[in-house]
Each structure stands twice: as structure tokens, then as C-alpha cells.
Design a protein around this ligand. Structure first.
Ligand SMILES: NC(=O)c1ccc[n+]([C@@H]2O[C@H](COP(=O)([O-])OP(=O)(O)OC[C@H]3O[C@@H](n4cnc5c(N)ncnc54)[C@H](O)[C@@H]3O)[C@@H](O)[C@H]2O)c1
Ligand SMILES: [Zn+2]
Ligand SMILES: [Zn+2]
Length: 347
């Protein structure tokens, strides 16, 4: 197969020929049709993720067609159109049995723990537990976002922030995760304040249905501005970047009994940021992490899409081939574009 591979962290990605994967007994090989370039791919390439071993093929946000099934796979066959949550759960442990596959301690993550989808083929373990069938009306390119950012944001908004219609939800960072959260919130009647430091991303956030926007590059007191717009603070707030500044702004913009949801990955010094425990107690705030979304929750998200209330194709700002993707990821230029970029050519 043709794939993009890096041999050292922060080193070049080279497009080359590699052996085709074959399925484990419970796994399938998927012919990748589309795969998004997510900030988490960049973290993996930078060496921020201890699970990534060299040499490595990145890519975890994909859609495709089942090419080959392992001997134990019961639910899937060649030709099925699928996506996969980037957390591929074991399906057997007590955490999985409780329905929390998104945090399975035995999880496999293509693109992190194993080779990923910046390739013609990717192998996915525990297929019966993790594969998700795509609705026929959903094209492969918008469906790629269901492998990571759209699905992650659905869980963050609905299950972790527990936002309801009319609530105020603040979203710090309007990249792929933040814009997905804004679209989902708009579809559910949740009011949003979208915050970014890039005007073009805020313009897109408004088009996606953000109720209010704040350009954090022009003001000092972001939490104060959010409190003013929301009449006393947001009910919930998501850090959709992953930095000490956005995490703190997110906690500080909450009204009493509000919920902060950490989606953006914290690395380096940011990972050891201090939490204002005094405020957590005095305002009875809640702090929650959010990690992908389990396969059995996808039908709710599909319902929003097939009923026409949510259109993931609006998230996609462009497509590219594997060569272009290699430059876009390593130069970080892909993240300066509003919306998400999806690889759809693999030879
Ligand atoms: N928890 C999960 O399951 C999960 C899933 C997907 C992605 N992630 C992580 O989420 C984060 C976001 O991913 P992405 O692909 O959307 O990244 P991205 O780089 O596309 O988006 C980040 C956005 O934050 C904005 N920003 C920068 N500084 C800011 C500031 N001070 N205030 C407000 N906004 C600011 C940027 O302009 C950009 O629009 C990354 O850390 C990624 O690794 C986590
Ligand atoms: Zn498990
Ligand atoms: Zn991702």
C-alpha cells in the first residue's frame, strides 16, 4: 500500500510503499476513502503521545470500505461502508461492559498505538465492537469527521457538558473540534459563545450557528466578556484547544454550578497547569474530561445528520492528497485554515 510515514518525531513524513496490513482474527482491514488531519495527529508527530512508536503512520479520523475481515468477525463483510471511533475498545472489560468504551483501559487507537489511516489501508482491531455503519446518504469525505472531531464534540456537548436547549455553552477554540461543537449545539438549540484569536475562524463559527463570538486577541478579560454576554456566566464551557490560557478562561467563565469540559490535549507545562480549587469549591464547579465517543452512541449523531439538522460537509474546507497532507501537517499550516482538511487521494 501507499502510506505517509515518519521515522522520527518532528521529522519529515514520506509517502512510500509499505506492506498491506492483514486482519487479526477479530479485526478488519479498511480501504480508506477519506481521512481528516486533526491536531491530535500533530501531537503524535511531535512526540507528545507516549503510545506512538517509530516508524509510524498517522491518521485516526477516517471513513472507508471494509476490504478484508478476520476469521472471528461476525457483523461485517467486504464492501460495508464504515467509520470507527478513534478509541477502539476491547469490548470485554468491565469498563466496556458498562458502556464506556471511549475510556477502555485496553483500547487500541489506529494512528497512535498502531499504524493509522494516512494510507490506502488501515487495520482495525475488535471490529464487531467498534465499527460504525455509515448511513447511505452520507458521503465519505464529511463522514471522515465522525472518526474523531465531530463525534468527540457530540459527546463533549451532550454527555459531558450536558448542555440543554437555551443553556449557554462557551467554546474556546474554533478549529475542527470547536466548530463541530458549535454546529452540534446550534442543531440542539443551545446558545454558544465562540472564542478564538483568528477572525476568519470566528466568521466561520458565526456561519455554523454561534450565537456570540469573542476575538480573544483583542481583549484581556475573556471570562468577563463571556459573563457579560451570558448574563452571569456560561452553564458549561469547553476547552477545544488545550492550553493553560484556554483551560483557565473556560473554568473562569462559568456561572455557579457550571461545568468545564477539557477536550483539547494538554502537553508539556500545560499538562501540569494548576486548577483554581478555591473557585471549584465556592461555586460548586465541575471539571470533566471528554475522550472520543463510543460506537453505540453514533445513531443519535446520525439522527441529527439524516434529519437535516446537522451537515458535517460544512466543516470540510478542502481536500488533498497524501503528499500535500505531509507538508500541511508538518508545517502546521493545515490548522491556520478555517474548517477541516481531508485527505481523499492515496496514490
Ligand atoms: N479529547 C479528545 O477526544 C480529542 C479529540 C480530538 C481532538 N482533540 C484535541 O483537541 C484540540 C483541538 O483540535 P483541533 O483539531 O480542533 O485543533 P485546531 O488547532 O484546529 O484548533 C484550535 C483552535 O484554537 C484557536 N486558539 C489558539 N489560541 C487561542 C486562544 N488563546 N483562545 C481561543 N482560541 C485559541 C486556534 O486559532 C484554532 O482555531 C487538540 O488538542 C486536539 O489534539 C481531543
Ligand atoms: Zn474494554
Ligand atoms: Zn482527532
Amino acid at each position: 500500500m501507499t502510506a505517509a510515514l515518519f521515522r522520527e518525531f518532528h521529522g519529515p513524513l514520506t509517502v512510500q510503499s509499505l506492506p498491506d496490513p492483514s486482519p487479526t482474527p477479530g479485526g478488519v482491514v479498511i480501504r480508506v476513502q477519506a481521512t481528516g488531519i486533526c491536531r491530535s495527529d500533530w501531537h503524535g508527530w511531535m512526540g507528545h503521545d507516549a503510545d506512538v512508536h517509530l516508524p509510524h503512520v498517522p491518521g485516526h479520523e477516517f471513513s472507508g470500505i471494509v476490504e478484508e475481515t478476520g476469521t472471528d468477525v461476525r457483523k461485517w463483510k467486504q464492501g460495508d461502508r464504515v467509520t470507527v471511533p478513534f478509541v477502539c475498545a476491547c469490548g470485554e472489560c468491565s469498563v466496556c461492559r458498562a458502556g464506556d468504551q471511549q475510556v477502555c483501559p485496553h483500547q487500541v487507537q489506529p494512528g497512535f498505538t498502531t499504524w493509522g489511516s494516512f494510507a490506502q489501508f488501515v487495520m482495525v482491531e475488535h471490529a464487531d465492537e467498534n465499527l460504525v455503519r455509515l448511513p447511505p446518504e452520507l458521503d465519505f469525505i464529511p463522514a471522515a469527521s465522525l472518526g474523531c472531531r465531530l463525534a468527540t464534540s457530540y459527546r463533549a456537548v451532550v454527555y459531558q457538558a450536558r448542555s440543554k436547549a437555551e443553556d449557554w455553552l462557551a467554546i474556546h477554540g474554533c478549529g475542527g473540534v470547536g466548530l463541530s461543537a458549535i454546529m452540534i449545539a446550534a442543531a440542539l438549540g443551545i446558545q454558544t459563545v465562540a472564542i478564538d484569536i483568528d477572525r476568519r475562524k470566528l466568521d466561520l463559527a458565526r456561519k455554523m450557528g454561534a450565537t456570540q463570538t469573542i476575538d480573544a486577541s483583542t481583549i484581556d478579560d475573556v471570562p468577563g466578556a463571556i459573563a457579560d454576554l451570558t448574563n452571569g456566566g456560561a452553564n458549561a464551557s469547553i476547552d477545544a484547544l488545550g492550553s493553560a490560557i484556554t483551560a483557565m478562561n473556560s473554568i473562569n467563565c462559568l456561572r455557579p454550578r457550571g461545568t468545564h469540559v477539557q477536550v483539547g490535549l494538554m502537553t508539556g507545562k500545560a499538562a501540569r497547569s494548576s486548577v483554581p480549587f478555591d473557585k471549584i469549591v465556592a461555586r460548586e464547579l465541575e471539571i470533566r474530561g471528554s475522550h472520543g465517543m463510543q460506537a453505540h452512541c453514533y445513531p443519535e449523531l446520525f439522527e441529527l445528520i439524516t434529519s437535516g439538522r446537522l451537515d458535517p460537509s460544512l466543516l470540510v474546507s478542502g481536500t488533498c492528497n497524501l503528499h500535500e497532507a505531509s507538508t500541511l501537517l508538518t508545517s502546521e499550516s493545515v490548522f491556520s485554515k478555517p474548517g477541516i482538511v481531508v485527505i481523499n487521494q492515496f496514490t
